[in-house]
Ligand binder design. Structure first.
Ligand code: PMP
Length: 431
């Protein structure tokens, strides 16, 4: 019998099976609402690019076009601009990675690098082990390749080694191939946690002895607030780790330039996959990043970003400390953009979101960072974009919403007042 499409989507019968795993993330649906100027958005992880020296960059780019336009505006190599790959070695030196420019593949942001790695390693049903919670954009990639994504518990030091061993044993016991362990060791998105050196070593040993490739995603590594830079796991093992870096948080996310450092054979496959996907990463953006790195004091700018984000982190923490009701817990990030907040039992951050947006504050509910429905009591708060006063105002608004939620529960119980309640769905513009 011929299958019929719906009126909304006449092609619904034609999609590949993997497309079923592609659903709009809660973050995406939120952006439209949170972008209204009256809403304090603690939701999106947008870097504060306004702090860049825009005039100086404009001059650099203008000169670039005048002097090297014929190259910069042309197609380039699938692996990336050789001079930029050399410069990336300098950018990675602080995280302890010593590689060769040949080991580097430039990508359109680290997001594309995640996609390429999964494309070359994962068949449908292959297991990918990820932190609980994990970066929503990576989860989207794993799902779109029909991976069997399994969350592994974290503690205050990051991915829990015992939980990782158990997850490996469980998958292997069920005869399932495990292709990747995906981890964000520094200034985790969304958990705001950083793995210490001993934890990194232990996780690496587990991956090595199980023969599983580690995918180390490190876009925030240089953004530690006290200026110390955690050493990458890749600095201990060049063969067992694919390391991902990005200029999105240290220069500008709109340029879409990131990179992967991979063992030689893997690097070749990544380049072939990249060529099949985009022919080459944006040549123009690569030239722009290269010129920025050679002409601007980029390390000073990174230091300025650190200071700016530290001040915003402090505003968030001070706000939560003074206004959040007892029983609310949060992580204290030492770098990066995010704190992970856990509400008192039995509050539900997903159900509460429409009321928060009505109170003109937005966050991302914790469920967006899991593939399996966990995280209802949690939320991610980002402090990277609003200024400290706005952050404090946003936290005050959020604190009132949480307190009102608790009052409602105390008065009416978990079902809430008739006709409303803490179990209602998000309003249509948030769904
Ligand atoms: N990984 C993590 C952990 C991230 O937080 C992000 C951006 N939010 C990315 C990868 C993607 O970054 P980009 O593609 O801009 O380099």
């Amino acid at each position: 019998m011929a299958q019929v499409g719906s009126r909304l989507d006449p092609w619904v019968h034609s999609y590949a099976a993997r497309t079923g795993g592609m659903t709009a993330s809660e973050i995406r649906a939120l952006f439209a609402v949170a972008a209204r100027p009256e809403v304090v958005s603690l939701a999106g992880g947008m870097p504060y690019v306004n702090a860049l020296p825009l005039d100086a960059i404009a001059d650099t780019v203008a000169r670039l076009i005048r002097e090297q336009g014929a190259s910069a505006l042309q197609y380039g190599s699938g692996q990336g601009l050789p001079q930029l790959r050399e410069q990336i070695l300098d950018v990675m030196a602080p995280v302890g990675i010593h590689a060769h420019a040949d080991d580097v593949v430039v990508t359109m942001g680290s997001q594309q690098a995640i996609d390429l790695v999964v494309r070359i390693f994962c068949d449908p049903g292959d297991v990918v082990l990820v932190e609980a919670p994990s970066y929503v954009g990576a989860l989207g990639v794993f799902r779109s390749y029909q991976c069997d994504v399994r969350h592994v518990a974290m503690d205050e030091q990051g991915l829990d080694p015992n939980a990782l061993r158990t997850a490996i044993a469980d998958a292997r016991g069920a005869g399932k191939p495990i292709k990747l362990i995906y981890t964000i060791p520094s200034f985790h998105n969304p958990a705001g946690i950083t793995q210490g050196p001993a934890r990194r070593r232990e996780l690496l040993e587990i991956a090595q002895s199980a023969g599983i490739l580690l995918l180390e995603d490190d876009p925030y590594g240089l953004l530690g607030f006290d200026g110390t830079v955690p050493q990458a796991i890749r600095s201990e093992d060049a063969d067992g780790v694919v390391y991902l870096g990005s200029f999105s948080k240290t220069i500008a996310s709109g340029l879409r330039v990131g990179w992967a450092v991979a063992p030689h054979a893997v690097r070749e496959k990544l380049v072939l996959a990249a060529e099949a996907s985009v022919l080459c990463p944006s040549h123009f953006s690569q030239y722009a990043v290269s010129a920025y790195l050679s002409e601007q004091p980029w390390m000073e700018q990174v230091a300025a970003f650190r200071e700016l984000y530290r001040e915003r982190r402090d505003a968030l923490l001070a706000g939560m400390e003074s206004a959040f009701p007892k029983g609310t817990h949060w992580t204290v990030p030492q770098g990066g953009f995010y704190s992970w907040v856990t509400l008192p039992e039995p509050l539900d951050a997903t159900a509460m979101l429409p009321r928060a947006v009505s109170a003109l504050v937005a966050y991302v509910p914790g469920t967006g960072f899991y593939v399996d429905g966990q995280g209802r009591r949690s939320m991610r708060l980002s402090y990277c974009f609003p200024d400290p006063e706005r952050i404090q105002e946003g936290v005050r608004r959020l604190a009132s919403v949480i307190s009102a939620e608790l009052d409602t529960l105390a008065t009416f119980g978990p079902a809430g007042p008739a006709g409303s309640g803490s179990t209602s769905s998000p309003s249509p513009d948030l769904a």
